[in-house]
Design a protein. Structure first.
Length: 284
């Protein structure tokens, strides 16, 4: 990292730690910006959208791994973009942030200086960013909020097709955020002006009672043979029925847990975006 980035992260983590949920607002905002960019490019050149025509934001969580992920199908970042965008801060970013921190409400400052991504370190001990741009392969940006980060080619390949996935490995005091209802409420709170559908990974437990009847009966078995005479001689005798062998009913309770669906939280298009799109189409 550049020196100002390290200093900035230290300020965010220590000064704004009580406002943990702000990280999700910033990640959703960044995802929306990435989608705006690819949509604009797609209006000029439809081939830009060929990899994935669906523009959306997806939020996933894992209680086992203690992670939260935000994925968008936006423009994505090349290897150079990852280094430039996540390893540096705009010229006015740090100085303006530090100055404003002493004057106003700290909870609302992060998004005003173009440094919202670093709010992830309010809750995360490690951040992994996977990104795929149309002009490059898929790369991983990895950092633990120290003075260094690494960028490597994703060994899984181009799984995103196009877009960015930010995965946060949470600190112990942020584990309570790995909850479906908590995330849903935070997303609804901060997605009022987002113009794309947001899907939240939902987990649902279903309990079903399954009755299974088994009848224990003596069966008549007959040995078959091509020789009719041998067939008649080798017929097996029918065993006697016992009183306790009539019916045995077994009831089993089956528990199934499914976590494969997504809850659609919101989707709308503002009049401003609609007008821009129509003007671009008309110009084309």
């Amino acid at each position: 990292f550049q020196a100002d980035v390290t200093r900035l992260m230290d300020i965010i983590i220590n000064a704004l730690y009580t406002h943990k949920e702000v990280f999700l607002r910033e990640l959703i905002s960044n995802a929306s910006d990435a989608l705006d960019k690819i949509r604009y490019l797609g209006l000029k050149d439809p081939a830009q959208l060929e990899a994935n025509k669906e523009l959306k934001i997806m939020i996933e969580f894992s209680k086992e791994d203690k992670t939260i992920s935000v994925t968008d199908t936006g423009i994505g970042m090349t290897k150079e973009d990852l280094i430039k965008n996540l390893g540096t801060v705009a010229k006015s970013g740090t100085a303006g942030f530090v100055e404003a921190l002493t004057k106003g409400d700290a909870a609302n400052l992060i998004g005003q200086f173009g440094v919202g991504f670093y709010s992830t370190y309010l809750v995360a001990k490690q951040v992994v960013v996977a990104s795929k741009h149309n002009d490059d392969d898929q790369y991983l940006w990895i950092s633990q909020a120290g003075s260094q980060f690494s960028v490597v080619k994703d060994p899984k390949g181009n799984t995103l097709l196009r877009g960015t996935k930010v995965t946060l490995y949470l600190k112990e005091d942020a584990i309570e955020l790995v909850d479906q209802e908590t995330l849903k409420n935070i997303v609804k709170k901060y997605s009022e002006f987002i113009n794309y559908p947001i899907y939240l990974y939902s987990e649902k437990e279903v309990t079903q009672e399954v009755a299974e009847n088994k009848t224990v009966e003596a069966e008549n078995k007959t040995a078959e043979t091509e020789n009719k005479t041998a067939e008649a001689a080798n017929k097996t005798a029918e065993p006697e029925k016992k009183e306790g062998d009539e019916k045995v009913e077994i009831k089993e309770e089956k528990k199934e847990t499914t976590a494969v669906s997504y809850t659609h939280l919101r989707a709308h298009e503002t009049s401003l975006h609609l007008v821009c799109r129509l003007l671009l189409e008309k110009k084309k």
